[in-house]
Design a protein around this ligand. Structure first.
Ligand SMILES: [Fe+2]
Ligand SMILES: [Fe+2]
Length: 273
């Protein structure tokens, strides 16, 4: 099962975590990022879920990487990410830094690979030739991701430099996966650009992924790709590979929204017919 963008800072979303239960005690839960911002909230959520599901697999969202004034934990960038990984390990939750687990239940065996590759401003509009132009367009349009203020890349000079380092390291890990096994690739950001084509504000796409992962779903034998971040829950296919956007989103997005799939985890394997 997969879910993302729980955003538990909102009380109504916290209740979703409190009420979430597996259909079957053997179910795994993929949590594809944006659980929350404060470390204590993230830990509470993952602890709650890890006590119910046979296994929880987590990939960080941009919100987990924010350093917010309200959080007593003021770590930034890589150090914050490493702390999150430590917290997960204490709960038995799989992170992108652990050996990739193999799901052997219905639809398996499949390697479930949580990834952390961030974004590098390459999903920019056709009228922007560089990252600088792209950012300038976003500031002009008044569509600027809060990451610019709160997601610090330390010790990397920029978020895109951090992204490139993560891509190189993640590629190395994925290339070492048993070539006989398919994968489920889990990343907060979509691995391909197409899902961002339907964004209301096209300038926002530059904070949504990197062109460097455009062929990963075919190259690394994905049976499915699980992502969130866009708050546009849906299933689409690219090169015949199922991409599932599993977000819950903010209360104003799911409340009274007949097109929202509901406050539930979405089935990843076996593929729903
Ligand atoms: Fe989100
Ligand atoms: Fe996000």
């Amino acid at each position: 099962m997969g879910i993302s963008d729980l955003h538990v800072v909102h009380e109504d979303n916290r209740r979703i975590v409190e009420e979430l239960r597996p259909d079957d005690p053997a179910d795994w839960l993929i949590v594809a990022g944006d659980v929350g911002e404060r470390l204590a909230d993230i830990e509470w959520s993952l602890k709650t879920l890890s006590e119910r599901y046979a296994q929880v697999v987590w990939a960080p969202g941009n919100h987990e990487l924010w350093t917010v004034p309200k959080d007593p934990v003021q770590l930034r960038g890589e150090a914050r990410y490493r702390r999150l990984v430590e917290v997960c390990r204490g709960l038995g939750v799989h992170t992108p830094e652990d050996p990739y687990p193999v799901w052997s239940g219905p639809g398996g065996p499949v390697v479930v690979a949580p990834l952390f590759v961030l974004y590098d401003y390459t999903f920019r509009t056709s009228t922007a030739a560089t990252k600088e132009q792209s950012l300038a367009q976003a500031y002009d349009a008044g569509v600027v991701c809060t990451d610019e203020m709160l997601l610090h890349p330390d010790p990397y000079p920029t978020r895109d430099a951090w992204c490139r380092a993560r891509v190189a390291e993640t590629e190395r890990r994925l290339a070492a996966v048993d070539p006989e096994l398919p994968t489920v690739l889990v990343n907060h950001f979509p691995l391909v650009r197409h899902p961002t084509d339907v964004l209301r504000y096209p300038e926002f796409a530059q904070w949504c992924g990197t062109e460097l992962t455009a062929d990963w779903h075919t190259r690394f034998r994905a049976a499915a790709v699980v992502y969130g971040h866009l708050h546009i829950p849906r299933t689409t296919y690219y090169n015949g590979v199922r991409f599932v956007e599993v977000s819950i989103g903010y209360p104003r997005e799911w409340r009274n929204n007949p097109r929202h799939p509901g406050k539930v985890a979405r089935q990843i394997l076996p593929a729903p017919s």
